[in-house]
Write a protein that binds this ligand. Structure first.
Ligand SMILES: Cc1cc2nc3c(=O)[nH]c(=O)nc-3n(C[C@H](O)[C@H](O)[C@H](O)COP(=O)(O)OP(=O)(O)OC[C@H]3O[C@@H](n4cnc5c(N)ncnc54)[C@H](O)[C@@H]3O)c2cc1C
Length: 248
């Protein structure tokens, strides 16, 4: 159930030139109970005092079951953005108002599929980072396969890329395809692909009888991938979507 709470910035670093990883703790000292894939809302006011809020996916890698003390988000800066100003300038120990968790973009008990196709652009990869312990359990307990197609313009914008690479090395059931839209990186890796995620999708030969897909991030990418997966025959309830649109 969603709660209201304050968050204090405990740590932060730049993930990419215009993406900041922020790690918070609740001011009341309580842990956050959330299901990987859910998001928080940050509440603040415009310069004229009018209240507003923005949503951010929780990216914390917990142990898969317990609540977490650290609440991690990745914020991609938008030029002229109100939340961008707040979260890019927030100093360590700075406090913000928040509420959550919200959303149903989560792995679901009761699914019997063989393979999950996870697709993201930009900060849309953070829900999958939070899901890694559940993904590990699904590979181990149900023999599931996972393929992550992660779209970025270049290597520098592959957020948490080395974490996903390391997870893929440790878990043969997890394949990570960085999809680079502005050309190959200086030292290409075997699973790299060139182009947009939706064009790489065809290579996976999505199947209605074995696949469930998750799409997160840029709304145009989500729409294009949704259309391609529907065309491939996947049922709409097997194509789960989270669009990162501004909620002003
Ligand atoms: C469920 C959900 C989860 C989300 N999770 C994340 C997350 O984990 N990380 C994250 O960075 N964002 C996430 N977002 C987007 C986030 O909530 C804000 O919309 C985003 O940070 C921009 O807010 P802002 O106040 O800085 O910009 P605004 O003041 O809302 O917008 C400023 C200007 O930029 C334009 N604009 C807004 N967003 C974009 C964009 N993405 N690209 C180009 N132009 C834009 C607006 O139209 C406006 O002209 C999520 C959105 C949703 C709905």
């Amino acid at each position: 159930m969603a709660e209201q709470f304050q968050l204090r910035l405990a740590d932060s670093f730049m993930l990419a030139p215009s993406v900041r990883h922020l790690s918070f703790e609740r001011v009341d000292g309580q842990p956050l109970t959330f299901v990987p894939g859910q998001f928080l809302q940050v509440h603040f006011a415009y310069d004229d005092g009018k209240p507003t809020k923005r949503s951010y996916s929780v990216g914390t890698v917990g142990d898969g079951s317990s609540p977490v003390q650290r609440i991690e988000i990745a914020v991609s800066y938008v030029e002229g953005g109100a939340a961008t100003k707040l979260l890019s300038e927030l100093p360590h120990e700075g406090v913000i108002d928040a509420s959550g968790p919200y959303g149903r973009f989560c792995l679901m008990d009761g699914d019997t599929n063989k393979r999950y196709i996870l697709i993201a652009t930009g900060t849309g990869v953070t829900p999958y980072r939070a899901m890694l312990p559940q993904i590990e359990a699904l590979i181990r307990d149900r023999g599931c396969e996972f393929v992550l197609l992660y779209g970025a313009r270049n290597e520098g914008e592959l957020l948490y890329g080395e974490e996903f690479e390391a997870f893929a090395r440790q878990h043969p059931g997890f394949v990570f395809h960085p999809c680079l839209s502005r050309g190959a990186r200086p030292n290409p890796r075997p699973h790299d692909r060139l182009g947009y995620v939706q064009s790489v999708l065809a290579e996976l030969e999505p199947r209605a009888d074995g696949d469930i897909a998750y799409l997160c991030g840029n709304p145009n990418m989500v729409d294009a991938s949704f259309a391609a997966l529907k065309e491939a025959g996947l049922a709409v309830q097997h194509i789960r979507r989270e669009k990162y649109i501004s909620s002003r």
